[in-house]
Write a protein that binds this ligand. Structure first.
Ligand code: ADP
Length: 280
């Protein structure tokens, strides 16, 4: 009741947030406390905390949806610098094992989905330069004994660099799903991603516009405006667009290690992922 947060701006990397506090009572006695609280609230927003658009969230929920449809599924977390998979699932065995005879890597497993992530390699955060990273990714992907799979969902790191080229060369990708947030600047990155996949002849089958809206008081709010997903779909002729809501359950499922589509298989988010599953 003391004031409002105004002119909220989020940086291109989603890591910096600025806002203005407008007091309704100019001589508000708790002005400092209000500002401090507002800072705390903004810093606690999930995407500010982590700075991602939700690629891992989408990859993991898509994989578990496909598994729920009866497919044999693996997830390859290709983010060497900030692997998210270990936080999003809860395998009993949190370390990858190397078969001493064949020297192949055995994936760990959670609810029947095979998992490989640099975060399960037990070496902490990576300090590596470009060619090394490509080498490590290549090794993790190709020396893993995946067994028979119907789908391998690859959670790509952000950007359009060497790692992406390596992955496209090493694995015959059959479909790409682009994940974005409604901010306009994210749109520029997405356009780059779509161009990269089109050069590499990997069809982009869907765009997921994440953290797009939330429902409150029986109304739907679009806090960042509507649009970048639709622009991408129109501009590049991508056949499917899915809007994902901002949900505490989606954010907390990242903390609990149980994907949302597993904990609430009948929920609206699970239905969105089922439709996405049909596209891939
Ligand atoms: P990326 O893989 O692009 O880095 P993540 O999937 O790790 O991004 O998501 C970044 C943060 O935002 C995580 O804490 C995640 O739980 C949260 N998050 C992602 N999507 C949503 C959503 N739709 N609603 C609420 N929180 C979300």
């Amino acid at each position: 009741s003391c004031g409002f947060i105004k002119d909220l701006e989020i940086s291109e990397t989603l890591e910096e947030v600025s806002f203005r506090v407008e007091l309704t009572t100019p001589a508000c006695p708790v002005k400092d406390m209000f500002e401090e609280k507002a800072n705390e609230v903004v810093a606690a927003l999930p995407w500010v905390k982590k700075g991602g658009v939700g690629k891992s969230t989408v990859a993991v929920n898509l994989a578990y949806t496909l598994a729920g449809m009866g497919a044999r599924v693996g997830i390859f977390d290709a983010d060497v610098f900030g692997p998210s998979l270990p936080n999003m699932v809860s395998p009993v065995n949190r370390l990858l094992v190397v078969n001493p005879e064949s020297k192949s890597i055995l994936p760990t497993e959670y609810l029947g989905v095979k998992l490989v992530s640099f975060g399960f390699a037990g070496q902490g955060r990576a300090i590596m330069r470009g060619p090394m990273v490509s080498g490590v990714i290549n090794q993790l992907l190709t020396t893993t004994d995946w067994g028979e799979l119907d789908y391998l969902v690859i959670d790509m790191p952000p950007g359009t660099g060497d790692i992406h080229l390596t992955l496209c060369q090493v694995a015959p990708l059959t479909a790409a799903v682009i994940v974005t947030t409604p901010q306009k600047l994210a749109f520029i990155d997405v356009a780059k991603g779509v161009r990269m996949f089109s050069k590499l002849k990997v069809p982009c089958v869907a765009v997921v516009e994440n953290m797009c809206y939330f429902d409150a008081d029986e109304k739907r709010y679009y806090p960042f405006g509507k649009g970048s997903g639709t622009q991408v779909v129109q501009q590049f002729g991508i056949p499917n667009l899915f809007d994902l809501p901002i949900r505490t359950t989606l954010s907390s499922s990242g903390d609990t290690g149980i994907p949302e589509v597993v904990s609430d298989p009948q929920g609206d988010v699970a239905k969105i992922f089922q439709n996405l599953g049909v596209c891939v």
